[in-house]
Design a protein around this ligand. Structure first.
Ligand SMILES: C[S@@+](CC[C@H](N)C(=O)[O-])C[C@H]1O[C@@H](n2cnc3c(N)ncnc32)[C@H](O)[C@@H]1O
Length: 258
């Protein structure tokens, strides 16, 4: 059942699972965040009292509609979005959905890749309170996106990632939690990961009995002082920025395996 307070355009898309371009072409909805994930995005924005938010990857605009709905009543709110494929692959349907939903005034859209847009935002001195990463999903892009988003994000702000169960995205999240001042704010599992959990549990126990074993395990299976196990099965992960790294928190040779 869809909540009655949802924007009618979003409700209609989720109900029919169809999207339509301004030129009249219809497509089946795909690649979108679920209703539960959308609601968690909204809860994270509410929790950190965000007014300036940012998103990597527009597609048909489903997560953007959830985010904009949360921002709609906030004075001065702004949502920055980037996607190099909006015209080529998506017939500008994401932008059209946002206009029909009445959120155009909140939107600051750039049709270029994150690796071009994010450094420019930093050089303009933009500060953000919340970011959602659902773009290329490749390791190098995702890590680069985090690097710049962290520089834009205020302390106390939140960065959320989609598809964290994917090895490349998961690696980036593991790096952040092991090496940077972030904590888990929210984690949505994508299904039952009992096999993976059992594997972790058995290997962890074996390491406790026989500590030298650790040296032969991949970092994913080595016991860390932070519990990163939920990541292997996460659909969505939101991380809270707890502080700014300086030479006191990370010296030049600081590194924790992840
Ligand atoms: C999974 S879809 C996003 C779905 C969206 N969150 C939703 O709920 O509807 C991923 C999007 O990321 C975009 N993308 C891929 N590489 C990108 C990049 N380097 N910078 C920005 N967006 C990118 C793709 O064009 C695609 O539209």
């Amino acid at each position: 059942m869809l909540p009655s307070v949802m924007n009618p355009v979003l409700t209609e898309i989720l109900r029919t699972r169809r999207v339509k371009s301004d030129r009249g072409f219809e497509h089946e909805l795909n690649s979108e965040v679920s209703l539960e994930e959308g609601q968690r995005l909204q809860a994270a924005i509410r929790q950190c009292n965000a007014t300036t938010t940012l998103e990597v990857g527009l597609c048909y605009g489903i997560s953007t509609l959830f985010i904009c709905q949360e921002l709609a009543d906030k004075p001065g709110a702004r949502h920055i979005v980037m996607d190099p494929n909006q015209t080529r692959d998506f017939d500008r349907i994401g932008l059209s959905n946002l206009e029909r939903a009445g959120y155009q005034h909140l939107l600051d859209f750039d049709e270029r890749s994150s690796h071009v847009v994010l450094p420019q935002l930093e050089s303009q001195g933009v500060q953000i309170d919340f970011a959602f990463v659902d773009g290329s999903h490749l390791f190098d892009y995702t890590l680069l996106e985090f690097f710049y988003l962290d520089r834009l994000l205020r302390v106390g702000g939140i960065i959320a990632f989609d598809d964290v169960f994917m090895p490349a995205v998961q690696k980036v999240c593991r790096f952040i939690l092991a090496n940077r001042q972030y904590t888990i704010f929210d984690c949505l599992p994508q299904g039952i990961g009992w096999r993976q959990n059992l594997k972790y549990e058995l290997l962890n126990r074996a390491c406790r009995v026989l500590p030298p074993l650790e040296r032969f395990l991949k970092p994913e299976f080595q016991p860390l002082d932070i519990d990163l196990r939920p990541l292997s099965n996460a659909r969505y992960l939101a991380l809270k920025k707890e502080g700014i790294d300086s030479e006191e928190t990370r010296s030049w040779n600081f590194y924790r395996d992840f």
